[in-house]
Design a binder for this molecule. Structure first.
Ligand SMILES: Cc1cc2nc3c(=O)[nH]c(=O)nc-3n(C[C@H](O)[C@H](O)[C@H](O)COP(=O)(O)OP(=O)(O)OC[C@H]3O[C@@H](n4cnc5c(N)ncnc54)[C@H](O)[C@@H]3O)c2cc1C
Length: 469
């Protein structure tokens, strides 16, 4: 069901509108996510995956994860409890601590036709004196710049090439407090002129003193420092050919994050720059996402800017609902899972249509573990004549849904695994918080356990021999 290599090369290299190529002859065949691709993995890896995914789906372990970690450290000593974590949750979801360890993990992924999407795990703690303040953001800036270099250098390791992507969490470079303040001003009608993307982009580019009248002197100072940090990361990333995928966070911050991304896009996503170098993330679980995505895609098209989107369902459902209830405001999230999935389907269709019209000026990451969403994407790509390794790629978390990632990779699609890295002390609290936010996903990993168990039974007991599909 593949097009010929020559056909794909032409689609990739010519800036044509993919839709003009039309669907190839012959029918579309769905990929098989039956765990067949697990034969590529070692038995030890499969056993660890099964154990860790089952443990993570046990709510008390995730809810009290930090307390359990502290308790095990006291009881077993930090060396033994560290070794235990490295052999389990850290080993499953984290690439390692040093550049060499990350390189080793990425090389292994590359042999499986998977690519890295590095993520620096940072968590602001507004009540902590250490994790706030300009010095902390400057340290994060250094970590982000190192991450750009590491992402770039990983391309030089043997394996499939392609676009180099990296995740960027804006709240590692600017405070959530300022983002909340900006959000409240952006939302006010008429107050937005002073906070236009054009004005922020101009300040980023010229390095001139920016004064926003609705902010205090201290906030203005922090805004200027934040803009300078964002500009440095974007400049370095573009110079190293690394595309920055900005994470979406809470609705109390997202309008400010989008404003900053829009400012960066004006400078770094211009058509002659070969971008998009800065992408935004759209969360389908929010009621207003489809309209926002449509507006932003059309505005980028009109302005002749390249447009990059990471499309996710959204990770902060429970917190969004709790905050809305607490503040007596309208719940911004879709009423149920099916409504979120329907929104994801519409956003996906919208973006694939844009890609088919705009070609390499529009990039999309289908960041989902959901098999139906992945099927929809591959089917529509086929129908629209979008090549598997072109401006549309797929994203899954390291250590999760390998049966989906491996099948996609083996079929020639561009698949990225989101990879956190860092020391045990830095990463474990981050992982536990992510696991708390993604409880529904971890509980939904049931199918993955079944496939893992089936493959292990086959290997260890010689039962249930697989019929190659
Ligand atoms: C590479 C990558 C990058 C990511 N970046 C971000 C990011 O920047 N920001 C972010 O927020 N998330 C991000 N995520 C996480 C993502 O939003 C999802 O939490 C996660 O991928 C689960 O969605 P799914 O499509 O994989 O799976 P599914 O299991 O099909 O969907 C689970 C999701 O459905 C939604 N849902 C579940 N129950 C309900 C309900 N009752 N009502 C309404 N909706 C419901 C929730 O969004 C939940 O996370 C990223 C994920 C990946 C793989």
């Amino acid at each position: 069901w593949c097009r010929s290599g020559e056909e794909f090369r032409m689609l990739r290299t010519c800036p044509v509108l993919y839709s003009k190529a039309g669907p190839p002859t012959g029918g579309w065949q769905p990929l098989s996510f039956d765990g067949g691709a697990f034969h590529l993995k070692g038995t030890g890896e499969l056993m660890r995956a099964l154990l860790v995914l089952r443990l993570c789906a046990w709510p008390p372990l995730v809810t009290h994860g930090l307390a359990i970690q502290a308790w095990s450290q006291r009881l077993l000593g930090s060396r033994f409890s560290g070794a235990l974590l490295r052999a389990s949750i850290y080993g499953q979801f984290v690439a390692g601590e040093t550049a060499e360890e990350v390189r080793g993990c990425v090389q292994q992924l590359q042999t499986l036709s998977l690519r890295p999407l590095l993520a620096v795990p940072t968590e602001e703690e507004p009540d902590s004196a250490v994790k706030t303040g300009e010095a902390w953001y400057e340290e994060n800036l250094s970590a982000m710049l190192r991450c750009v270099d590491l992402s770039r250098s990983l391309l030089e390791t043997p394996g499939p090439n392609g676009n180099i992507l990296m995740q960027l969490k804006v709240t590692a470079l600017t405070s959530t407090r300022l983002c909340k303040e900006l959000t409240s001003w952006v939302r006010r009608p008429g107050a937005s002129l002073e906070l236009s993307p054009e004005r922020l982009a101009e300040a980023m580019d010229s390095g001139q003193d920016l004064q926003v009248s609705c902010l205090s002197t201290e906030q203005n100072q922090h805004l200027r420092a934040s803009l300078s940090r964002l500009q440095q990361v974007a400049q370095h990333a573009q110079a190293q050919h690394v595309r920055l995928l900005v994470d979406a966070e809470y609705t109390s911050l997202n309008p400010a994050l989008s404003l900053l991304v829009a400012a960066l896009a004006l400078r770094w996503n211009r058509s002659r720059e070969g971008g998009p170098w800065v992408w935004n993330t759209y969360q389908a679980y929010l009621k207003d996402t489809y309209e926002r995505l449509r507006r932003d895609a059309e505005a980028a098209d009109r302005a002749g800017l390249a447009f990059g989107v990471k499309l996710v369902r959204g990770a902060y459902l429970d917190k969004e609902r709790d905050v809305a209830q607490l503040q007596g405001t309208k719940d911004p999230t879709q009423p149920d899972y099916e409504a979120t999935s329907q929104s994801y389907r519409r956003c996906l269709e919208l973006m694939l249509t844009h890609v088919s019209h705009r070609g390499p000026m529009c990039h999309l990451m289908v960041a989902s573990h959901n098999e139906e969403s992945v099927h929809q994407a591959t089917k529509r790509m086929w129908e629209l004549g979008i090549p598997p390794d072109g401006p549309v790629c797929f994203g899954q978390l390291l250590g999760m849904c390998d049966h989906v990632s491996l099948a996609l990779g083996q079929a020639g699609y561009a698949v990225y695994k989101s990879i956190p890295y860092g020391s045990l002390e830095e990463v474990i609290p981050y992982l536990i918080r992510r696991a708390q936010e993604n409880q529904s996903v971890l509980r939904g990993a049931r199918r993955e356990w079944e496939l893992l168990s089936q493959e292990l039974r086959r290997r260890l007991l010689g039962r249930g021999l697989r019929v190659p599909s």
